[in-house]
Design a protein around this ligand. Sequence first.
Ligand code: ZN
Length: 216
Amino acid sequence: MKRQLFTILLFVLLGAVLNVAVAVACVMWTPSGSGLPPYKDLPAGSQWPKRVPSGWPAPTQITIRTSFGQSLVGTLGPVDPDSAEAKNGVAGYGQSLFQWGWPFRSMESEGRTTSRNWGPRFSSEWIADAGTVPRWMVPFENQYRRIPLRPILPGFLINSVFFGAVLWLSSRIMHRYSRREIRRRRGHCLKCGYDLRGAFERGCPECGWNREGATT
Ligand SMILES: [Zn+2]
């Protein structure tokens, strides 16, 4: 019982490591920038899932871009057009969520921007990052390629259990296969390991393997 619990914990832990590796691989290899599908609006009434900084306008619209292994969720809270900030060119404050992982999103980071509207041009400046490795550690210019540090629940747990189960199953299959191969080479029964001295055609007197009516 104790041993089984240890095995389960070990494989969930290995699954968690693989889960993080898959999320980072999604950061590296999923399309970004112009390779992404267009933004889609979330249904009206959708709530921004994170805390809005105090003094910031409430988000009016939540948009999402998803492709394999990634979801980029963004929002903009427009400033009052009569405010001094608006006269200074500030259009609004944006918040972004970068979520990665497969089959479920399991790691995320968060970014905040100021959006400026200079006539026909619209630009955003990053003002804060959270839950991501420092920018200098990420060898990409692209703003989407940030390696997330913050786990998302329950996705992180579900993925860890899923990958743990995949690892456990493949280790079982490999164990069975290698045990069979070792027995074959030694001339032992493939099923029970009884020493047949290589006489496979006569079958196994111990367990009945390869005898009439018996199967492997
Ligand atoms: Zn046997």
